[in-house]
Design a protein around this ligand. Sequence first.
Ligand code: ADP
Ligand code: MG
Ligand code: MG
Length: 211
Amino acid sequence: MTLNTDWAVRWIKGSAAVVSEHRVELITLDREIGDGDHGENLDRGFSAVLPKLDDLPADATPGDALKLVATTLISTVGGAAGPLYGTAYLKAAGAVAGHAELDGEAVVAMLTAARDGIVLRGKAEAGDKTMVDAWTPAVDAASSALADGLGEAAILDAAATAAEAGARATEPLVARKGRASYLGERAIGHRDPGAQSSALLLRVAADAAAG
Ligand code: ADP
Ligand code: MG
Ligand code: MG
């Protein structure tokens, strides 16, 4: 399936649905090592995006749709995740600006820019038990898939699968950024909520491309 604006809109609508379905799961994860609001924050943010999609002009690009997500998340989500995801979507939008359709290289550029935006904003490194631990393996897997000659949908699928593994791999870690870092070793055994939500969002991107 072509990664055009219809795809971006399916991704965004699917993201709102998945964040709503997984609201309690994300709240529970954040209650264990944070303040218990991650699911609510994201649900509020993506719900606020939905009505705005109707205002996208007919000639809107995927980047325009991603920019709408960015500005809405920045103004509605708050906490750590609002500015982090807001920056991710803003940088992703910039990386694909002007493209009516994304090819494999554009997909990798989009994912890389999103991850780099999160790192720029939050200064977390791999292994700090944050959403970066989902995004960095996703970017690496997407780059490998592109180098292997795979198409856009397969690149997104590889990214989502790597993000899911990355989110699981946060469980044994001690956190060095965010609220969970206050817990020291008590964070061990709990999955990072932002890494989990990142994996969910990337899976929706892949599903929207396969659809
Ligand atoms: P808050 O912690 O302000 O309540 P959320 O609960 O919405 O915000 O988001 C928490 C998530 O944000 C964490 O699970 C983690 O993935 C991510 N996070 C927190 N700080 C950072 C950081 N400095 N860099 C990257 N991600 C971070
Ligand atoms: Mg929280
Ligand atoms: Mg909070």
